[in-house]
Design a protein around this ligand. Structure first.
Ligand code: ADE
Length: 221
C-alpha cells in the first residue's frame, strides 16, 4: 500500500512514523508513506496557500489551487482520496478494514479556519475522528494511518485483529498478566482454570457487560 499525505506541517509526522509498528511496517515494505507540503504547489508569487473568505468572516481559508495541483500530481486510477474534516463521517473500525484493502490512499489535511468548499469535489470520502475540533487534519490523519497500517497483512499478528475492540460490535474483554496478585488485586480464578470453554464464556460475558454499560449504541446494531 502507498499513502500520500498532503499537509503544511510535514514535520509533525516525524515521531509517529519513526517508532514502533508503523516504523517496522515501512522498513519491511508493507507500506510506503510520503508527506507532501502543498505549499510547494502554490502558483501564488508570495507562496500563499490561504486567503480571506468571500462574504466576509473570521480567519483564513485554504485555497483550492495548491491542493488540486498536488493531488493531480499524485493521483492514478487506484487512488482513494480522503479529506480530514470535523464535518466528515465518523471514523469507525469497519472503515479501517475497508481502507486497508486499497492500493493507494491520498489524505488531505485541512488547516487554519477552513478550506475552500471546492476541495471537497476532489475527495472520495470526508472523515472526522470525533465530535471535537482540532487545529488541523494532521493528528486525525495519523490516527487513520495507524489504524489502517496495523491491519495490513504481515504487520501484526492477525489473531490480535480478531480480538480487537469493535469486532463483533463488542468492546475488548479484560486481560491480565503476571503476577497473579498485584497490590491485593487478583486475577480472576477462571483465567487460571485451564478450562477454555469457561474462559471463552467469561470473556464474552465481560465484553458484553462492558459494552452494555459504556457503549449501548454498539449493541443496538
Ligand atoms: N480537523 C480538525 N478536527 C478534526 C476532526 N475531529 N476530525 C478530522 N479532521 C479534523
Amino acid at each position: 500500500m502507498k499513502i500520500d499525505i498532503l499537509t503544511l506541517f510535514p514535520n509533525m509526522f516525524d515521531g509517529v512514523f519513526s517508532e514502533s509498528i508503523i516504523k517496522r511496517a515501512i522498513q519491511n515494505n508493507k507500506v510506503e508513506i510520503n508527506l507532501h507540503d502543498f505549499r510547494d504547489f502554490t502558483d501564488d508569487p508570495h507562496n500563499k496557500v490561504d486567503d480571506t473568505p468571500y462574504g466576509g468572516g473570521a480567519g483564513m481559508v485554504l485555497m483550492a489551487q495548491p491542493i488540486y495541483d498536488c493531488v493531480e500530481s499524485l493521483k492514478s486510477d487506484d487512488s482513494f482520496i480522503i479529506l480530514m474534516t470535523p464535518d466528515g463521517v465518523s471514523y469507525k473500525q469497519s472503515m479501517a478494514y475497508d481502507l486497508s484493502k486499497k492500493k493507494h490512499i491520498i489524505i488531505i489535511c485541512g488547516h487554519y479556519e477552513g478550506f475552500d468548499e471546492r476541495i471537497r469535489n476532489l475527495c472520495d470520502l470526508e472523515v472526522s475522528i470525533g465530535d471535537y475540533v482540532l487545529t488541523g487534519g494532521e493528528i486525525p490523519s495519523m490516527a487513520i494511518v495507524d489504524s489502517v497500517v496495523r491491519l495490513l497483512p504481515g504487520v501484526i499478528n492477525e489473531q490480535s485483529h480478531m480480538e480487537d475492540s469493535f469486532n463483533n460490535s463488542l468492546l475488548d474483554y479484560p486481560t491480565y498478566t503476571k503476577p497473579r496478585v498485584f497490590r491485593g488485586m487478583e486475577v480472576p480464578d477462571v483465567l487460571l482454570s485451564g478450562d477454555h470453554k469457561k474462559i471463552d464464556e467469561y470473556r464474552y460475558r465481560e465484553a458484553f457487560n462492558k459494552t452494555k454499560s459504556r457503549r449501548p449504541d454498539l449493541l443496538e446494531k
